[in-house]
Write a protein that binds this ligand. Structure first.
Ligand SMILES: Nc1ncnc2c1ncn2[C@@H]1O[C@H](COP(=O)(O)OP(=O)(O)OP(=O)(O)O)[C@@H](O)[C@H]1O
Length: 287
């Protein structure tokens, strides 16, 4: 098991008038190689939970193991945790700071104390994974790039640390549909290569439906649903009750079925819908 969380609670500004319980008894087990989609309304606790995973927020009560390694202990070094878990923040481009793309991506591996050859190899590999051309871009300033490309540099910086768990908090926020699809495709490619567990936080149900293998739904600091995307999106009313939607295409298929059409409405993508509708319409023609 790569992530194991027991009875995790977190309160901001404890014992002050601004006290706010952000995590309420979280229990979670994630196997190596899962692709988790974490969804929930604004303020439900998603960021607080994922920031625990890389030690940005330290455990107040409960326990948290990454790859068998207890990160709830105060004495556990942050450096050790961050070698295991890479976190890409919302709008990560604001955290770029070096004068060249090479230096930015090399920053993490350099902090690990690796030698220059190994650092270079990691930068080349990470740029390749996120689809940035090493030769033409290595000496360029990250600040000259487009929004989508800056975000790739930020993701490459985390990938270059070779984490076992990659956490992406709203990685496509603010990008146009093309930029969004490209970033997701690269994350998915990285995942498919194996060896990495991904936790993707998103408000975008289309993005989630396209790529994750398991969905966790948060509400008021708790995990209130946990299951396969197809099963979660069947619970449309429960999701709507906590301010969440389902993918447009799934909604369309559910509504089409409700009007008396005998189709399978467990659909997650436009491609699946197309196949199902062709099957159904051909069946009707032949009847
Ligand atoms: N630094 C902070 N100080 C005080 N309260 C906070 C702080 N950060 C978050 N909170 C509160 O904790 C709760 C959980 O917030 P969190 O950011 O984890 O939710 P979220 O699901 O990630 O929201 P979003 O989708 O808007 O990023 C919210 O009520 C929020 O207002």
């Amino acid at each position: 098991m790569i992530i194991k969380i027991d009875n995790l609670n977190y309160v901001y500004n404890a014992n002050t008038p601004f006290e706010k319980k952000a995590l309420d008894n979280i229990n979670l087990e994630v196997e190596k190689g899962e692709f988790i989609g974490l969804i929930g309304h604004t303020g439900s606790g998603k960021s607080t939970l994922v920031q625990h995973l890389n030690g940005l927020i330290r455990v107040q009560s409960g326990s948290l193991y990454i790859d068998g390694f207890d990160i709830s202990k105060k004495e556990t070094k942050l450096k050790k945790i961050r070698q295991k878990v890479g976190l890409v923040f919302q709008y990560p481009e604001y955290q770029l700071f070096e004068e060249t793309i090479y230096k930015d991506i090399a920053f993490g591996p350099r902090n690990l104390g690796l030698n220059e050859d190994e650092i270079k190899a990691r930068v080349i590999e990470a740029m390749d994974i996120v689809g940035l051309d090493y030769e033409t871009l290595k000496e360029r300033s990250p600040f000259e790039l487009s929004g989508g490309q800056k975000r790739r540099v930020a993701i490459a910086g985390v990938v270059a640390m070779k984490p076992k768990v990659l956490v992406l908090d709203e990685p496509t926020a603010g990008l146009d549909p093309n930029g969004r699809d490209e970033i997701l495709a690269e994350v998915f490619d990285l995942f498919k290569k194996g060896g990495i567990t991904v936790v993707l936080v998103s408000h975008n149900m289309e993005d989630i439906a396209k790529i994750v293998s398991r969905i966790l739904v948060m509400d008021k600091g708790k995990i209130v649903m946990d299951g396969l995307p197809r099963d979660i999106f069947k619970r449309r009313q429960e999701l709507e009750d906590i301010g969440l939607g389902i993918p447009q295409i799934t909604k369309f298929m559910q509504e089409y079925k409700a009007r008396g059409h005998d189709i399978n409405s467990d659909i997650l993508t436009v491609e699946e819908a197309k196949e199902e509708l062709i099957r159904y319409l051909r069946g009707n023609e032949n009847a």
